[in-house]
Design a protein around this ligand. Structure first.
Ligand code: FEO
Length: 177
């Protein structure tokens, strides 16, 4: 059973994960407008991964006998000046996500809710990859020194991304048993 405080914090995280998806959708649109098709494809996958995260929290609340309550989604930023600026913002956003997940762990430990803490550890590990992906892409973009050939090469590379946790996504969108 979740405490009311934990339930509220987890519901806020459902909202934030959906907002993350919404933000990455806005970034997809900006990258399409800049004609970076591969990067837009990469960001579309990021959008889906965030919905997977939201569903994982959503289902967890229900599994523990809580009430998943959906909230208004904040309007995301819609304009970016460059390829680099998009990924820089995406990386900064992931750092915020990490800090939010860590705050949830702090709360779970404070409430002696070891079940929630155990579930949150999946997200803690996920954030290693989420932050490192953004950092790697930013470094690659910076190395091109804005050469269009270099940027096109990165764009092609990003276009090869595949949605990896398909089984997890199917599980996450299924109703809890
Ligand atoms: Fe849901 Fe990208 O963290």
């Amino acid at each position: 059973m979740l405490t009311k405080t934990m339930e509220k914090a987890l519901n806020d995280q459902v909202n934030f994960e959906i907002y993350s998806s919404y933000l990455y959708m806005a970034m997809t649109s900006a990258l399409e407008a800049m004609n970076f098709k591969g990067a837009a494809h990469w960001m579309r996958i990021q959008t889906l991964e965030e919905l997977f995260h939201a569903n994982k929290f959503f289902n967890y609340i229900i599994d523990r006998g809580g009430r998943a309550v959906l909230q208004e989604i904040k309007k995301p930023k819609t304009d970016w000046k460059s390829f680099l600026e998009v990924f820089d913002d995406a990386h900064k956003h992931e750092i915020i996500v990490t800090s939010r997940i860590c705050n949830l762990v702090d709360l779970a430990l404070m409430e002696k809710d070891h079940v929630t803490n155990s579930t949150l550890q999946w997200f803690v590990t996920e954030q290693i990859e989420e932050e490192s992906n953004g950092k790697t892409i930013i470094e690659k973009i910076k190395k091109t020194k804005n050469s269009s050939d270099g940027l096109m090469m990165i764009d092609t590379e990003l276009g090869a991304r595949v949605l990896s946790p398909m089984a997890n996504i199917t599980a996450a969108v299924s109703a809890p048993l």
